[in-house]
Design a protein around this ligand. Structure first.
Ligand SMILES: O=P(O)(O)OC[C@H]1O[C@H](OP(=O)(O)OP(=O)(O)O)[C@H](O)[C@@H]1O
Ligand SMILES: O=c1cc[nH]c(=O)[nH]1
Ligand SMILES: [Mg+2]
Length: 213
């Protein structure tokens, strides 16, 4: 499984407009969650551009035709990095309802920014599936690297990492460890602050999604 490293920034105006709304400090939980769901559908559209299709004979009201459908033998697994990954997962599943879902529970220890894994549950046929790993934030990159380290053990056909925002530091770290995994993001921000938060960013994605502190 070796692909060239890539960062795909989805510059579509709808994505950028919704991201701006999410960034604003006065945007409350309900709207933040709705906007992330809407953006995740648009990201899903971009990240699935190369899905294979096959042709099946169908009948419209007027004629028969060979029409494209998703090739059933190339189903996907979407893995959410909990907790904030859930905010991307929901929209993706609306667009790709046949995908199976895995969960990996990780949190960033706030002082050292190292990663603690607390949960892992994957479908048992992952080696026959293409995998999308979703988490809104790629900050230091530690969480994404730890997740993909673990998920590679399940030997999926391919892996793509999908986020809302990435910091240059996180992209570099991720590429060093996983040069074969392309990144899809709505924006690459300026930098990390001294607490490892993305600046200008959206703040703490999990807290803003679920109204915690
Ligand atoms: O690139 P990193 O520096 O590792 O930071 C990114 C991680 O931080 C956030 O999760 P958090 O640890 O806050 O957990 P939560 O989703 O449960 O809020 C975010 O959802 C990523 O998983
Ligand atoms: O800016 C950041 C960095 C890590 N996790 C977040 O939720 N936000
Ligand atoms: Mg958080």
């Amino acid at each position: 499984m070796v692909f060239p490293a890539e960062v795909n920034v989805i510059k579509h105006p709808l994505v950028q407009h919704k991201l701006t709304l999410m960034r604003q400090a006065e945007t409350h939980t309900q709207d933040f969650r709705r906007l992330l769901k809407e953006i995740s559908m648009l990201l899903a559209y971009e990240v699935t551009r190369d899905l294979p299709v096959k042709y099946e004979k169908i009948r419209t009201p007027l004629a028969e035709m060979d029409a494209p459908v998703l090739a059933a033998d190339k189903n996907m697994v979407i893995v959410s990095i909990m907790r904030a990954g859930q905010g991307l997962l929901d929209g993706m599943l609306e667009l790709i309802p046949t995908a199976k879902v895995g969960h990996i529970g990780l949190y960033r220890e706030p002082t050292t920014l190292t990663v603690v894994e607390y949960y892992l549950k994957l479908p048992n046929d992952t080696e026959h599936r293409d995998m999308l790993v979703v988490d809104p934030m790629l900050a230091t990159g530690n969480s994404a690297v730890a997740a993909v380290d673990r998920l590679k053990e399940a030997n999926p056909l391919s892996i793509k990492f999908v986020c809302l925002l990435a910091a240059p530091e996180g992209i570099q770290c991720f590429h060093e460890q996983h040069p074969d995994v392309p990144i899809y993001t709505a924006a690459v921000d300026e930098r990390l602050d001294e607490h490892g938060y993305i600046v200008p960013g959206v703040g703490d994605a999990g807290d803003r999604l679920y109204g915690t502190k």
